[in-house]
Ligand binder design. Structure first.
Ligand code: PHE
Length: 354
């Protein structure tokens, strides 16, 4: 072979080396390549040996080329070795260890309390019904026998919806139903249900209500109520006491003392508020109960005849009772929470305790 032919064969050699290197799939394959392309019997070595017999000029030039190729083969083999170098040893996985627990959500304490309250009444035959939070003056006031000049109808006690502020889709005042509003209690759902169904009825209405009260430890502009209504031809005040007595026993324990105190609501007559003996002091008086020994938990009474008239029932043929309770208040009593704002701040340090 003359130097021209040798140069040509070197180009081919570079090509086959690159191909075989790319296909080498193990350390062993790499070692075989090393022997084939760099070993004593490799074409490179043979050419290098023959250099001595060439004229000085050609020897220098070809020698340089041969060396460049040799170094390139060596480097690329070393690089490829790294692909198969062993990873640092890892400790074996212990599959018997418990897994990392995924973070679990839970129900909000107000939701939990609401469900507990509902669960007390369901066995007594009460059916859960819901109504809209956006209602109107007729359902929230008029049909409930709340007169036009009642203070709760003032702007600062009810969120009336201003139709001008809501664009094209805003609810409009209606000659019969009055102004749209955010319901200030769950009692309008009594009206909705009685207008659409005939007695007998036994319903329970959990839901959100709204009042423009400034936020403080016991007031929030949004809170939750559970409303109850029972109507048939004989439901009386003794039934009301029985149902609420059972409810309080189930929720607060069988030995909880209760008292019915006369009160006034436009939509019930007679009306009462129900108190339970303060658990903090056992009735002796402390800061929790404002030294009264009793804690108010709900309002109730016999449905007013005017309410039956407003929904098209005949007050001479039907009678019944209604009650309404504040869910946050009950949750606060049950858990000894002193500030209603805690429920709505979304602080996980608080929420995770329930
Ligand atoms: N709606 C009354 C309130 O929000 C509670 C209530 C309901 C009282 C039903 C009597 C009967 O204060």
């Amino acid at each position: 072979m003359d130097t021209e032919q040798i140069r040509h064969s070197l180009t081919e050699l570079g090509g086959t080396f690159a191909q075989e290197l790319a296909q080498a799939g193990s350390r062993q394959a790499l070692e075989q390549l090393r022997v084939k392309y760099l070993g004593r019997k490799s074409p490179l070595s043979v050419h290098l040996k023959r250099l001595g017999s060439l004229p000085a000029e050609e020897r220098a030039l070809l020698g340089k080329d041969l060396n460049i190729l040799k170094v390139s083969f060596e480097n690329r083999l070393a690089e490829a070795q790294q692909r198969f170098s062993e990873r640092p040893a890892q400790p074996p996985v212990d599959v018997t260890l418990p897994g990392a627990p995924p973070p679990m959500g839970r129900l909000h304490p107000v939701t939990q309390t609401m469900q507990e309250i509902v669960a007390c009444f369901v066995p007594m035959g009460f059916e859960v019904v819901e109504g809209p939070e956006l209602d109107n003056e007729f359902n929230n006031f008029d049909a409930l026998n709340i007169p036009r000049d009642h203070p709760s109808r003032e702007n600062f006690d009810t969120f009336f919806i201003d139709p001008a502020s809501g664009g094209a889709g805003a609810p409009r005042p209606d000659p019969k139903l009055g102004r749209p509003l955010l319901r200030s209690h769950t009692s309008p759902v009594q009206i909705r249900v009685m207008r659409s169904r005939k007695p007998p009825l036994r319903i329970l209405v959990p839901g959100r209500v709204y009042r423009p009260d400034p936020l403080d430890a016991s007031h929030s502009f949004m809170f939750h109520q559970v409303e109850g209504l029972m109507v048939d031809d004989r439901a009386n005040f003794a039934d009301l006491k029985g149902v609420l007595g059972l409810f309080i026993e189930r929720l607060f324990g069988p030995s909880t003392k209760t008292r019915f105190r006369p009160h006034f609501f436009p939509f019930t007559e007679p009306s009462a508020e129900v108190d339970i003996a303060c658990a903090g002091c056992g009735g002796r008086g402390c800061t929790t109960c404002g030294r009264k020994g009793w804690l108010e938990i709900l309002g109730c009474g016999m449905v007013h005849p005017n309410v039956f008239k407003a929904v098209g029932y005949d007050p001479r043929k039907v009678q019944g009772f209604a009650f309404g309770l504040g869910v946050e208040r009950i949750a606060m009593l049950k858990h000894g929470i002193r500030d209603i704002r805690l429920f709505f701040e979304n602080d996980l340090r608080f929420l995770e305790q329930f």
